[in-house]
Design a binder for this molecule. Sequence first.
Ligand SMILES: [Zn+2]
Length: 211
Amino acid sequence: MAEEVLATLQKVGAFRSGHFVLTSGRHSDSYVNKDAMYAYTHDLSALCKRMADLYRDKKVDVVIGPAVGAAILAQWVAFHLTEMNGRSVYSVYADKDGNGGFVIKRGYDQLVKGKNTLIVEDLTTTGGSIKKVVDAVRVAGGTVVGAITICNRGDVTKEMVGNPAEFSELAKVHLESWDEDECDLCKRGIPVNTDVGHGKAFLENKISPDR
Ligand SMILES: [Zn+2]
């Protein structure tokens, strides 16, 4: 299944090969651009159907994702769970609280309260966002039946996301990265990608390092 998921991510441009500068400043030959997947409704629906399938027997009442992107995932996963089980499943989302956390508002906290809640995410690097939503669901009085991400690229574990009943991913990705000094792609003169990641800033900084 992971191979098919990665093939889909590659097809929509969410998983790319090339020469990239990551947020950390390290260089890499691959990049996950999660935002790319949201433009392709059919592929996104298929990925969400896979997530729904893994939870079809878990009596999920509500699906929630951290805004912005994962709110769309929540919608599709809830839709597929509703179709599969013939029982209406809510889709809601958590907002950033302005202090680095997430909060469930807009009346969605009332939908989560006392309900079996599934948390969905697109890309997990540290597990931080999922953990904050797990916390927010618990604060709202919901039961976290599980958390699932499309792509786990940081070897994130159940413990790292606040110990929900289950934590899983559709695909695991291992991104190799290295310091600029050790970058073989730089040595070979392969141009740095400037569309995604920090390639543009990296190049600007190289031209005028004192800026
Ligand atoms: Zn490089």
